[in-house]
Ligand binder design. Sequence first.
Ligand SMILES: *Cc1c(COP(=O)(O)O)cnc(C)c1O
Length: 432
Amino acid sequence: MFFENNLAFAQSLDQQDPLHPLRDEFLLPSQHGAPVIYMCGNSLGLQPKSARQYMDEQLNNWAHLAVEGWFEGKTPWMFYHKELKGLMAAIVGASAAEVCPMNTLTVNLHLLMVSFYRPTATRFKIIMEAGAFPSDQYAVESQVRFHGYDPKTAIIEVAPRSGEDTLRTEDILATITRHDGEVALVLFGGINYFTGQFFDMPAITKAGHAAGAIVGFDLAHAAGNVPLELHNWGVDFACWCSYKYQNAGPGGISGIFVHEKHFPDTSLDRFAGWWGYQEQTRFRMQKGFIPEAGADGWQVSCTQVIPMSLYHASLKIFEKAGFMAPLRQKSQALTAYLQFLIEAINKDLGFEQYKIITPVSESARGAQLSIIAQHKAKEIFQALVAHNVLGDWREPNVIRLSPVPLYNSFEDVFHTAARLREISTTLLTPKQ
Ligand SMILES: *Cc1c(COP(=O)(O)O)cnc(C)c1O
């Protein structure tokens, strides 16, 4: 794509962008009485204006119907999750039966590992990316210990080669193949939270299956960010949070995916609770757990209506956008524009002050760019915040910026880079 480094050009891209009006569906934050340029949707998505209305509807049902709300009203709580399932399925490339909103992400990771990490004396290893999100590391370590194995021998981490920042697909696949017969589970992020690398999920899935393993993904940074085909890729299970690219609010409800090939398998262990019980007969309250068909059978506790209503509001905006294909197209352009503008700053400074560690290849990244600031990193990040550009900071020197196609504009990207340029020329001495 051809880009220009000026405001009029950025504005012209916004004018041509059919998704641009969706920005009006969100509440944009402000600071010091001025609008914030929000580049932090990778951490917490913005609030849809409709969120309040969706939540109010359920609060009203509670107020007026009280306990009858479970079976009465426009959207009886008993079945409310079904309003979301089709929309979630469209985002992750699944059938409605394969997904379910429930709990929070790390909790779901544990619940799914109960079913899908079933180590034996010869096959107990888990292959994952080095530098996975800490919660995932802790979850995996504790699962391994729970089964009586030692994380040091059971967990195989694939790390970047020395001098490199991201993983090579060939190294991931070779590691899986090398552990053929002894790997029980391949568990990767869809997109690594730190580097923004979008892994080759179909290739990883295929290699995992060829090695006789189950393959699962944590899609915290991928769901709602990049197009996914969980069903067609044959992924066994996945889970994600809804508060990052899916704008469902802090602590928002999580989603799970279980491939339908596992539905008939009655030998799968699960940590059961009454809400996973067969829906038709749940309230007979009988002894002996019979799971509801599909992903719904992994539910444990009573459905979380209020958090679901917030997720619902956001999912309806994804539907309005036409789901992931149009969003991805805009996202790639936004992020490529950000990359172009940052490289222009380096050029003018005369050295590589900003090293983008996220892959340059568009198929290997989502919205996020992770940028190492070589000099005065913290100062520069703080100056960005003071100038109303909100990205996020990862020790020791990484700034993550994520233009999100649902609500960010090309003008946002332009201003982000323009302020970064100003700050950089003030704080650093250009080389001649
Ligand atoms: C954000 C994130 C989490 C957070 O998990 P919660 O249980 O929702 O707190 C976990 N894993 C990854 C990969 C994440 O990016």
